[in-house]
Design a protein around this ligand. Sequence first.
Ligand code: SAM
Length: 229
Amino acid sequence: MDEKGKLYIVATPIGNLEDITLRALRILKEVDVIFCEDTRTTRVLLERHGINAKTRSYHAHSSAIKEDEIVAVLREGKGVALVSDAGTPTISDPGVKLVARIREELPEVAVVPIPGAAAVTAALSASGFPSSDFLFLGFLPHKKGRQTLFGEIAETSRTVVFYESPHRIMKTLESLAKVVPTRRVAIARELTKIHEEFRFGTPEELMASFTARPDSVRGEFVVLISGSY
Ligand code: SAM
């Protein structure tokens, strides 16, 4: 490994374990240690690809001491990979603070993105919605700022994309029915997995469709609101 140390931000699959690049697999094999959101989840991926690597945990609740450990490893000139449970680390996932700290404290360490799956781009790419200019909101806040955000969604002519949980999807569709009743909305569910589906309609039509099939109010969701062409 380079004696300056490198931090690789490695995208992993969002469901289908084949969705990982050759470069990502090589990097995961070569690095000295992989910091994982959940080591058990990453082990499944590593085992599937025959990679026997040293793993450590680094998650949303990791302390500054854990970050110190990563900084120390990088100072030794080691190669470090950061992975999350699914998709691209730091995109609605842990790692932002860590990357900012490395860039600030260790400018000699290269932070290298290893691109791959992210639910936001997977959903957008197959939606047919305008995508040259879109607004990604991550997870919507539950309370503070939520109403303001719905106001912004109503105002914008851009395609809007956000992540949502199955517990909140009906409530969110209800709010969308109030602010954008006629806009075309897509729900991308369980992308790359067995029950992958795209559903389209106005917020009310989608609510009716989930009410008719309550078994489908489960899994992982991306919500997209079409912008105007
Ligand atoms: N870093 C991830 C990425 O690059 O997409 C996102 C992590 S965020 C904690 C998890 C959320 O992403 C889920 O609640 C869901 O909204 C969305 N998501 C992740 N995988 C998905 C999938 N296979 N299908 C649909 N949405 C997914």
